[in-house]
Design a protein around this ligand. Structure first.
Ligand SMILES: Cc1ncc(COP(=O)(O)O)c(C=O)c1O
Length: 479
């Protein structure tokens, strides 16, 4: 019999090219410091280098890999460079990458327990592991009233929390009837912008998202929150949700979760804790005081894809009362009905987030935790904090610079005392040089530089070199 015609990659080709891709990735990581951290292409340059039309005929795989090197790499900003100090990190690791590759290789879609039991059960199990690892409350365990789920991002988790809060406060009627404009949510002026988006999407409305003032450390003021909630209640509105942040994006401010939690308890408000980057610090007992009061939270999320060596995307989201979340997001069309679901003995994660389909993300998280062990994770987190604190000390000791906010962990907000223009010039020159990547924020109206230590391979020499380069640029400006 003649072979059936096929354009597919054969298993042998897959093996050969797969090895080549893994080799390419390993080589990329070993030469990553030779690239400018920030891509230096101009807008449109990458597209202009690509053919206008898709190929009519398949091309050899070697040509694809060559074009990654030739056309794509110049347009890449190297998030995995140890000289990447911008934003918050989005770090990765060998076990994380390989777990992700296996997830692609298995290619399962775990919307229901029955569509791949291991996809659901490994996820539940790993999220249960993380509860004691981070000393989160036991109510978040799947064996208790709650449970955890992997979402794509912290933004999605905040949206799910807000939706569940809105439903709970309206006795589960707003999904049916819509939101009558009376539900109110609270965050601080420093809360991540994803909360504003969640207010838009959830129907709460941005004008019903109160941005509570902060203290001199940029942390939410619980007294101001309490006053605002009481005023809204007096006005006949229905307060339903508060987002407290463990480590704000702008300056890593720590909202006082315990005091905020008390206000939430008093007024029966859903408390969501967004610990996107800094939640990882709770792996180390000495940093857990930053999450004091987390036992009062109705939901909590952090991103292993930021600081816990797990490739993007991986956000862990826990709720204290899974029924509230499932009641909010569950919908069961005929074509998804199955015996396992009907039995009530399984978790169907499609009910725990916005989308239906889902990847096998727990594999990479499982690989990371098993590869490093708690000890290894703690070691690297402590090292990052130590390096950031050392950097903060250098800033403190240099009379040209000042710290712009407390630095409780691995983010240092600082500025040159010469003013906004000087800081902007220093940052632009550093970033253009390709030697490192820093980003900025505004604190108290002043342009502030941010240096975040969190890339997997950042070591003391990288942070020392960053400070040296900052000082060089400051000296150049002084001349
Ligand atoms: C505190 C905080 N919340 C939410 C986010 C949004 O993260 P994601 O990209 O996972 O939605 C960030 C991003 O930096 C963050 O710092």
């Amino acid at each position: 019999m003649p072979e059936e015609k096929s354009f597919h990659m054969t298993p042998d080709e897959f093996r050969r090219y797969g090895h080549a891709v893994v080799d390419w990735i390993a080589d990329y990581h070993s030469r990553i410091e030779s690239f400018p951290v920030v891509s230096q292409v101009k807008p449109g340059e990458v597209r202009a280098s690509l053919p206008a039309h898709a190929p009519a005929h398949g091309e050899p795989f070697e040509a694809l890999l060559k074009d990654v090197e030739r056309l794509i790499l110049p347009g890449v900003t190297h998030w995995q460079s140890p000289n990447f100090f911008a934003y918050f990190p989005c770090n990765a690791s060998g076990p994380g990458i390989l777990g992700d590759l296996l997830s692609s290789g298995l290619g399962v879609q775990g919307m229901l327990w029955s569509t791949s039991p291991a996809c659901t059960e490994l996820e539940t199990h790993v999220l249960d592991w993380l509860v004691p690892m981070l000393e989160l409350p036991e109510k978040f365990l799947s064996s208790s009233t709650g449970g955890g789920v992997i979402q794509d991002t912290a933004s999605s988790s905040s949206l799910c929390a807000l939706l569940a809060a809105r439903e709970r406060a309206t006795n589960y009627t707003s999904n049916q009837k819509g939101c009558a404009g009376r539900s109110v949510a609270y965050a601080s002026t420093q809360t991540h912008s994803s909360l504003e988006k969640a207010a838009m999407i959830s129907g709460i409305g941005v004008s019903n998202l109160r941005l509570i003032e902060v203290d001199e450390t940029f942390a939410m003021r619980p007294d101001a929150l309490a006053r605002r909630v009481e005023a809204d209640k007096r006005a006949g509105l229905v307060p339903c949700f508060v987002c407290a942040t463990m480590g704000t994006t702008s300056s890593n401010a720590m909202d006082p979760i315990a005091e905020i939690g008390k206000v939430c308890r008093q007024h029966h408000l859903w408390l969501h804790v967004d610990a996107a980057m800094s939640g990882t610090a709770a792996l180390c007992p000495e940093f857990r005081h930053l999450q004091n009061g987390v036992e009062l939270a109705d939901s909590y999320s952090f991103n292993p894809h930021k600081w816990m060596f797990t490739n993007f995307d991986c956000n862990c989201f826990w709720v204290a009362d899974r029924k509230a979340l499932i009641h909010t997001l569950s919908i069961l069309p005929e074509y998804l009905r199955n015996q396992a679901t009907e039995s009530g003995a399984v978790i169907d994660y499609r009910d725990w987030h916005i989308q239906l389909g889902r990847r096998f993300r727990s594999l990479k998280l499982w690989f990371v935790i098993r590869h490093y062990g708690v000890e290894g994770l703690q070691y690297h987190i402590r090292e990052h904090v130590r390096l950031a604190q050392q950097f903060a000390g250098w800033v403190r000791d240099d009379s040209r610079f000042e710290l712009a906010a407390p630095a409780p962990l691995n983010l240092v907000c600082f500025r040159h005392k010469g003013g906004d223009e000087v800081n902007q010039t220093i940052m632009d020159r550093l970033n253009r040089s390709g030697d490192l990547f820093l980003t900025h924020t505004k604190l108290n109206g002043k342009l502030t530089l941010r240096l975040c230590v969190g890339q997997t391979n950042t070591q003391e020499r990288h942070v020392a070199r960053a400070w040296e380069r900052i000082c060089e640029e400051a000296n150049r400006l002084a001349q």
